[in-house]
Design a protein around this ligand. Structure first.
Ligand SMILES: Cc1cc2nc3c(=O)[nH]c(=O)nc-3n(C[C@H](O)[C@H](O)[C@H](O)COP(=O)(O)OP(=O)(O)OC[C@H]3O[C@@H](n4cnc5c(N)ncnc54)[C@H](O)[C@@H]3O)c2cc1C
Length: 450
């Protein structure tokens, strides 16, 4: 068995997640490097009836990693080898602890990129386990679309390869996509083969400001309807722009805005697309269109958007943060943003709204003090219920974890029983991340009662 680190000073680092939610001190932490290490730990855990929580970069937002006290943390930060880059196949094979930025840096040497971008520098294993997506999903898809094959260790200690490194397959049940998004509750991912994509020769970025959210949303949907080659399409509201101005020292219009990338293989095509976007935006009363065409200018434009979370944090000192993550049909996006803004005002919360609008994914960032905790919870609940009412989902990309479990049946109905049957079949002793996603073998309650 690997050495188990049980020093309280180390374990205390695993008691709080990125959003400040608290769990208990876990029993210990181990750092596997190879698949054999993982098998050893899983076999030991089964023998000692000790639950396991796999951990990547620790950036998840829904309490996925919180411990009830008896778990062993399987920390993958040392399983971080890029095993292969195959430029001819446009694929890479990595260990689960490899971060997306490190893979991207290595792929760039071959003119290739790994496109899934959740903002945070997450690990490939954690990203697969949450079915992460982000700014580029509108063009390239999320983790399910970009992972071709996996190696996983199951609760009985078997090592299984799932999927093939090919662009399509109709073979058998799709266990790869079952494991992706399962939050470490069905198996431990020990290797991934992912798609790489050519870095386009021509990319232009735009920031367009609008008088209202509805104008911005209408522009976005019309651009999608015109089949423009958009590879990023992000919405931020007026309070988000104010936070960005304060954090970055800029003086942009503090109105709703779209951040956009368009890409193409030719300069003429990208210029024509840029012109067409300008025309659509003007028809929706755009206030200002800023275009970035060089690498440096594009980088600066996107730095503003990528720093939004940190800008909101800086604007709300002493607060904790909740992030909602609903996704709704395109026709419901403007309504979802309006509803969130109204609810925030009614509950006296200083919320900001931003979203991967090309995927209908609407985030709100909710700063709250201790005395505002109940209001923030109520806000999050009402936002999710609104999304479910209009045919959306409680979580577009962050996952169910602990925090969104209560919506699972409302969203999926009897399919939740099938999910529970799958969990029992693959993990009959309830050893893998117990109490997350589903309440099968939930064990002791967490301090917050989840
Ligand atoms: C500022 C900020 C912005 C964010 N923006 C986005 C966004 O745009 N899109 C998005 O999707 N997410 C976003 N997130 C959330 C987070 O980055 C993602 O959920 C990410 O995929 C988590 O990866 P991780 O390596 O940090 O995983 P962790 O947080 O370490 O783990 C997440 C889950 O995966 C499981 N897991 C980890 N490794 C393995 C493994 N090897 N095998 C099996 N299970 C495993 C864990 O048990 C846990 O359930 C954001 C987070 C922050 C802080």
């Amino acid at each position: 068995m690997l050495e188990i680190d049980t020093r309280p000073v180390v374990l205390d680092q695993f008691t709080v997640d990125e959003t400040g939610r608290a769990g208990r001190r876990p029993r210990g932490v181990v750092y596997p490097v190879t698949v054999d290490d993982v098998v050893t730990v899983v076999d030991w855990a089964r023998e000692h009836r000790t639950p396991l929580i796999a951990r990547g970069a620790g950036t998840s937002l829904e309490g996925h990693l919180l411990a009830r006290g008896d778990e062993l943390i399987l920390d993958f930060t040392q399983a971080d080898k890029i095993l292969d880059i195959s430029p001819g196949d446009f694929t890479a094979t990595v260990q689960p602890g490899v971060s997306r930025t490190r893979l991207n840096a290595a792929a760039a040497e071959f003119g290739l990129q790994f496109t899934v971008d959740p903002g945070a520098d997450a690990s490939l294993g954690g990203m697969a386990a949450t079915n992460a997506s982000g700014t580029t999903t509108v063009r390239y898809g999320g983790m399910r679309a970009n992972v071709l094959a996996l190696q996983a260790v199951f609760a009985d200690g078997t090592v299984t390869r799932i999927g093939r490194a090919v662009r399509k397959s109709s073979s058998g049940y799709d266990l790869k996509d079952l494991l992706i998004g399962s939050a470490g509750t069905l198996g431990i991912i020990t290797e991934l083969t992912v798609k790489l994509h050519p870095i386009p020769e021509w990319i232009h970025s735009l920031r367009i400001s609008f008088p209202t959210v509805a104008d911005a949303v209408d522009t976005a949907v019309e651009m999608l309807g015109a089949a423009l080659p958009v590879s990023r399409l992000e919405l931020v509201d007026a309070p988000s722009m104010a936070a960005i101005n304060m954090f970055r020292g800029t003086a942009y219009a503090e109105t709703p805005a779209l951040f956009i990338d368009i890409e193409s293989g030719s300069s003429a095509a990208v210029a024509a697309n840029e012109q067409e976007i300008g025309r659509i935006a003007a028809a929706h009363d755009a206030i200002e269109v800023v275009t970035a065409r060089t690498h440096g200018d594009r980088h600066a434009l996107w730095e503003d958007r990528h720093n939004l979370y940190f800008a909101v944090k800086a604007s709300n000192p002493g607060c904790r943060f909740m992030i909602t993550d609903t996704a709704v049909p395109y026709s419901r996006i403007a309504g979802a943003v309006e509803t969130a803004t109204r609810l925030g005002a009614e509950l006296g919360l200083n919320i900001t709204v931003a979203g991967h609008i090309g995927d209908g994914n609407v985030h709100t960032i909710v700063p709250y003090t201790e005395s505002e905790y109940e209001a923030a919870q109520r806000f999050s609940d009402l936002v999710v219920r609104h999304a479910l009412e209009v045919g959306g989902t409680a979580t577009g990309e962050h996952g169910i974890g602990l925090a969104k479990k209560k919506y699972l049946r409302e969203e999926h109905g009897a399919a939740v029983d099938l999910m529970a049957a799958v969990k029992r079949a693959l993990d009959p002793l309830g050893l893998l991340n117990p109490g997350k996603v589903l309440d099968v073998n939930p064990g002791n309650p967490l301090p917050n009662g989840s």
